[in-house]
Design a binder for this molecule. Structure first.
Ligand SMILES: [Zn+2]
Length: 213
């Protein structure tokens, strides 16, 4: 009767997994003695489901810098033991998209921004704060950096601009380089991310937690 155990609160759902038999995969948030943790779960009984879920959990460790909960292959948490819920949802979605036939790797803290044709670099100060910079000529540079910082802040629930519009900070005060690298890709076009989420909400994918089992 494993399905009757309390899974926790569902925070995200991939209704049709493109990499494994279109099964649905969900991410649950659980409260543990040592702080919040997440569970990758599916109700599918198709053979190979367990291995697929283990792959997604491992991909979340790789891409988002989460860590496995000791002795568990489907439960992960952030090393800082903080929830980071929005960021974790993003890591989950990216982990589900990762092609299982390719060796994955975490994203670097720099990226070519096609919109401004600049390389945006994010430097960790090891206290959960990150400074953004860009190469190239001055005109519009500061405004583009500020826009990307704003995107990071939205996607990662980071504090913006405590010491300038080129600066973001995580509330936990701990470095999250893999996570910030992953969010940086999407921060370049945060409007597209927000549009996607609105469409998902319209489809009922992101219904209110109170309406979910
Ligand atoms: Zn943290």
């Amino acid at each position: 009767m494993g399905e009757t155990v309390d899974l926790g609160r569902r925070v995200e759902l991939v209704p049709m997994d493109p990499h494994f038999l279109n099964i649905s995969i969900a991410l649950y948030r659980q409260d543990a003695g040592e702080g919040p943790q997440y569970l990758v779960h599916s109700y599918s009984r198709r053979q190979g489901t367990r291995q697929r879920l283990e792959f997604v959990a491992k991909a979340m460790v790789l891409l988002g810098g989460l860590e496995p909960v000791a002795g568990e292959s489907l439960q992960i948490r952030f090393p800082c033991r903080t929830e980071h819920p929005l960021a974790c949802r993003r890591v989950f979605l990216e982990a589900c998209k990762l092609d299982p036939s390719q060796p994955g790797s975490s994203r670097p803290l720099h990226i070519l921004d096609r919109k401004s044709n600049r390389t945006i670099t994010v430097s960790s100060r090891n206290d959960g704060s990150y400074l953004l910079a860009a190469d190239g000529e001055e005109p519009d540079k500061a405004s583009r950096i500020a826009a990307v910082a704003n995107g990071l802040a939205k996607l990662g629930q980071m504090q913006l601009g405590a010491s300038g519009s080129d600066f973001v900070q995580l509330a936990c005060g701990q470095p999250h380089d893999a996570l910030v690298g992953l969010l940086l890709v999407r921060a370049l076009n945060v409007r597209a991310v927000l549009r996607e989420e609105e469409m998902a909400a319209a489809r009922g994918v992101l219904s209110a937690p109170s309406a979910q089992k």
